[in-house]
Design a protein around this ligand. Structure first.
Ligand code: BES
Ligand code: ZN
Length: 884
């Protein structure tokens, strides 16, 4: 039996073809019983059947098969559930021959409170506390509900039967085939599913209301939510119906099931889960309240729905062969959700926000402790950690890079043929490349190899000399070190105008490009300014046009000056303005550029009005503010004043209340800008917020505090909260307690720890661990102010035992660690963190811990280099007094 231990994948003596699953959850004592009959293809003569199971009690089992024309039922001699490997090994007293067999197992389990496997979620119904039973199986927790071959490539059909109380709604992947009443119970059997992977099987049992619609070809679509809240499901319902139609066209394959249900689950670890035909969501990602949801909430609902529905094709119909190819699922769904949102809401101009994905991918992938998109998985416990910015955001970004290289139409055509070719089957990364290669005639495999098999990305340095551009690629690392990666970079450039372009593949380390003809061409364009003035170039050259490439660019001084000039004079697209800003910030962090020059560049964005650019500018300002607080505390007030001046123009333009007919992105921007003004201590903003917050306390429907600016007001209130002035904090807790809208609760939670008072922060942190906060939501409360960093770490250490047990393993725990550890910026702290975890390490947090420590080292070095920067004081003082 030991031969089956410690293996990443199951031995394949038998392959499952069809599961007949019966489950009977008991919602009062939170347990369940079940039985399965699995039709098997026995592919080798064997005495053993090995499949996955965890946290189940197996009461009996047998296998039946046909041997020399007589059928036979054999009971296993031993049944061992090996907990560490999550496998169930059945050893039979005789050899089971090649052929067909049926494996029957009875078992029992607990409806756990860990939000994985078969679990309970709690809610109130008619004033009473209730449990619902919910499944969450991805990546590898179906085995906690029934014994199975729990690997994405082991696809089979599923016939599910549930025994549930009469009054409850019970849902599964397929529509109901038959129902029978049996005393106080109903036995519901669902239609048999098409062939699918175990991680997509789902069951939900509880009290719900629903709203319903259907697609033009008759797919019935429903949104289930809390009783009495049907209205909040309508927006998502509408998005779902339209998105199904869109994907049917895009993939040229219809949605493959007769129905689609989408359910809001009060306790839910991820954002949403694409179970085939029964998609589950956090409430915040599915429900939209006309009066109390913000524009950002609306966008979130639309993109999450679009993402999960994309999986119905990309993931569910065509499934990754193994978790190494998880990015195929997640990267693609992330990319295509923009396509869908753009088609449904063109006025949102959502593609311009895509750069948010790219920059988050670049940030994580700039760490030495990153990993390749295609990553080896040797143990189920390692899978959770790769649901990260590499799989999702770098994944989506390299898809976008490839799409823009191949062209949208050719890309779509090739995708549609990929989906058809691998429908009801599994695919690897190379299979997608081959389809795209066939469709385009381009060497896609060769081109993409360096992007998915190798971690990191290049920075392309570009220098201009004698009318030549000299390019050099090297691996970018935020630490400032140079890695030895090498890429095939689809380089794009434009010269002083978007009409004068050049594209080529940079395959070698260095390359030179003669640009005489381009300079002449661009000089003849109207947009071009006088070519040279006193050594400063007035023309500009921008690489990575519209930022479709996953790389950074480092310009020499002359080129950088030209671009600064182009930003100021509004010659560049929003995406290019974003790219210049983002690359410059990254280079500054990597100590390849001074803080003075970064701040000077930021000044060029004083009249910026694009949402994505400003939103990134704000994030950068927060980070720079924190580094300044550590490095040059004597200059902190000046730095804050500089940011206040920088944002003042936009803050005034946007005001506090929505303007008639304003854009979606202005609505989102208003909240972010006002939050920034509050964080940097702008008095008028703090005062105004406080007045509006009081009006809101009197009347939750006051027009003085619409949802888009509530977070800003809450942060402002907390910035003024300390132990002698607690009123705001207490009022906010009241808002939290009195609302039944999850989005409102999340808004409050994410504002609470902004207080500058460590004692208040400590109270907030303790509140997070109280029964009033669902464990899925605690991470929102960990957005701790600079002043609270130390107390958060101390608190974290004191409660580690509890935290580690409650959030076990998985992404909720890893977010905890990175939120608390990453903000530090000293060697002393990194030592302390290392020492603390030396005896507490476990494999499921290993990667995150290393990444967080690397961030601390990067911060430490950055702080030191800022302290040594010459003339910083003069520069900051001058910048702070500049009024825009
Ligand atoms: N497949 C994931 C859900 C998931 C995440 C399962 C992590 C197991 C572990 C789902 O499709 C997803 O990606 N959800 C996102 C939302 C999406 C819009 C980015 C999420 O949960 O954050
Ligand atoms: Zn996904």
């Amino acid at each position: 039996m030991d031969q089956f231990r410690g293996q990443p994948r199951l031995p394949k003596f038998a392959v499952p073809k069809r599961y007949d699953i019966r489950l009977k959850p008991d919602l009062t004592i939170c347990s369940f019983s079940g039985s399965i009959a699995i039709d098997l293809d026995i592919v080798a003569d064997t005495k053993y059947i090995v499949l996955n199971a965890a946290e189940l009690t197996v009461s009996s089992g047998s296998i039946s098969f046909t041997n020399k024309k007589s059928s036979k039922v054999v009971k296993p001699a031993t049944v061992d559930l090996i907990q560490e490997d999550e496998i169930l090994v059945l050893e039979f007293p005789e050899t089971i021959p090649i052929g067909l067999g049926v494996l029957v197992i009875d078992f029992e389990g607990i409806l756990n409170d860990k939000m994985k496997g078969f679990y309970r979620s709690t809610y109130e119904h008619s004033g009473e506390k209730k449990n619902m039973a919910v499944t969450q199986f991805e990546p590898a927790d179906a085995r906690r509900c029934f014994p199975c071959w729990d690997e994405p490539a082991c696809k089979a059909t599923f016939k599910i039967t549930l025994d549930v109380p009469l009054e409850l709604v019970a849902l599964s992947n397929m529509p109901i085939a038959e129902e029978k009443k049996d005393g106080l119970l109903r036995r519901i059997s669902y239609q048999e599913s098409p062939i699918m992977s175990t991680y997509l099987v789902a069951v939900v049992v509880g009290f719900f209301d629903y709203v319903e619609d259907h697609t033009s070809d008759g797919v019935k679509v429903r949104v289930y939510c809390q009783v009495g809240k049907g209205n909040q499901g309508k927006f998502a319902l509408d998005v779902a119906v339209q998105t199904l139609e869109l994907y049917k066209d895009y993939f040229d394959v219809p949605y493959s099931l007769p129905k689609l249900d989408m359910v809001a689950i009060p306790d839910f670890a991820a954002g949403a889960m694409e179970n085939y035909g029964l998609v589950t969501y956090r409430e915040t990602a599915l429900l939209y309240d006309n009066q109390h949801s913000a524009a950002a909430n609306k966008q979130r609902v639309a993109t999450v729905v679009a993402h999960e529905l994309a999986h119905q094709w990309f993931g569910n119909l065509v499934t990754m062969e193994w978790w190494t190819h998880l990015w195929l699922n997640e990267g693609f769904a992330t990319w295509v959700s923009y396509l869908a949102a753009d088609s449904l809401f063109p006025e949102w101009k959502i593609w311009s926000q895509f750069l948010h994905e790219t920059t988050e991918g670049l940030k994580l992938d700039g760490l030495a402790e990153s990993h390749p998109i295609e990553v080896d998985i040797n143990h189920a416990g390692e899978i959770d950690e790769i649901f990260d910015a590499i799989s999702y955001r770098k994944g989506a970004s390299v898809i976008r890079m490839l799409q823009s290289y191949l062209g949208a139409e050719c890309f779509q055509r090739s995708l549609a043929s990929y989906i058809k070719r691998y429908a009801c089957s599994n695919a690897k990364t190379e299979d997608l490349w081959s389809s795209l290669e066939e469709g385009s005639g381009e060497p896609v495999n060769k081109l993409m190899y360096s992007w998915t098999k190798q971690q990191g990305y290049p920075v392309v340095s570009v220098k201009i000399k004698d009318q030549k551009l000299n390019f050099e690629q090297s691996q970018f690392l935020s630490s400032g070190a140079h890695g030895d990666g090498h890429w095939i970079v689809p380089l794009t450039l434009c010269f002083g105008s978007y009409d004068v372009r050049k594209n080529f593949l940079l395959q070698t380390k260095t390359e030179a490009l003669d640009i005489k003809e381009f300079i002449n061409l661009s000089i003849s364009k109207d947009s071009l300014v006088e070519s040279r003035k006193g050594g400063r170039t007035g023309t500009w050259i921008k690489l990575n046009v519209d930022q479709t490439g996953f790389y950074r660019v480092k310009y020499d001084e002359e080129l950088a000056a030209g671009l600064r000039y182009a930003v100021e004079n509004k010659y560049l697209s929003a995406s290019d303005r974003f790219g210049i800003l983002d690359d410059s910030y990254a280079l500054c962090m990597a100590r390849q550029q001074s803080l003075t020059s970064l701040l000077t560049l930021l000044g060029a964005y004083r009249e910026e009005n694009d949402y994505t650019v400003l939103s990134n500018l704000i994030s950068i300002s927060y980070k720079v503010g924190r580094i300044a607080a550590d490095a040059v505390p004597q200059l902190l007030d000046n730095v804050k004043q500089f940011f206040i001046n920088l944002f003042q123009h936009s803050a005034e333009k946007l005001g506090w209340e929505p303007k008639a007919g304003e854009s979606h992105s202005d609505a989102m921007l208003r909240g972010e800008i006002l939050t920034a003004m509050a964080v940097f201590g702008h008095d008028q903003t703090l005062n105004e917020a406080s007045g509006r917050f009081h009006a809101f306390l009197e009347d939750r429907n006051t027009p003085l505090l619409p949802p888009d600016i509530r977070k800003a007001a809450y942060v402002a209130v907390m910035r003024r909260t300390n132990t002698t002035n607690r009123l705001g904090y207490e009022s906010l807790l009241r808002v939290y307690r009195e609302t039944d809208l999850s989005q409102e609760k999340t808004r409050v939670l994410s504002s609470l720890a902004s207080s500058p008072d460590p004692d208040i922060i400590l109270e907030v942190l303790n509140f997070l661990l109280s029964s009033e906060v669902r464990s899925q939501d605690v991470v929102f409360g960990l957005a701790v102010s600079q002043e609270g960093r130390e107390v958060a770490w101390k608190w974290f250490k004191e409660h580690w035992e509890y935290i580690s047990n409650t959030w076990g393993s998985g992404f909720l725990l890893t977010r905890f660690i990175s939120a608390v550890v990453s903000p530090f910026a000293s060697l002393e702290k990194s030592k302390e963190v290392e020492e603390f975890f030396a005896s507490r390490a476990k494999p499921s947090i290993a990667r995150t811990l290393k990444q967080s420590l690397e961030r601390v080292h990067i911060n430490t070095n950055w702080v030191e280099s800022v302290q040594n920067e010459k003339h910083l004081t003069e520069a900051v003082q001058e910048l702070a007094h500049r009024k825009y």
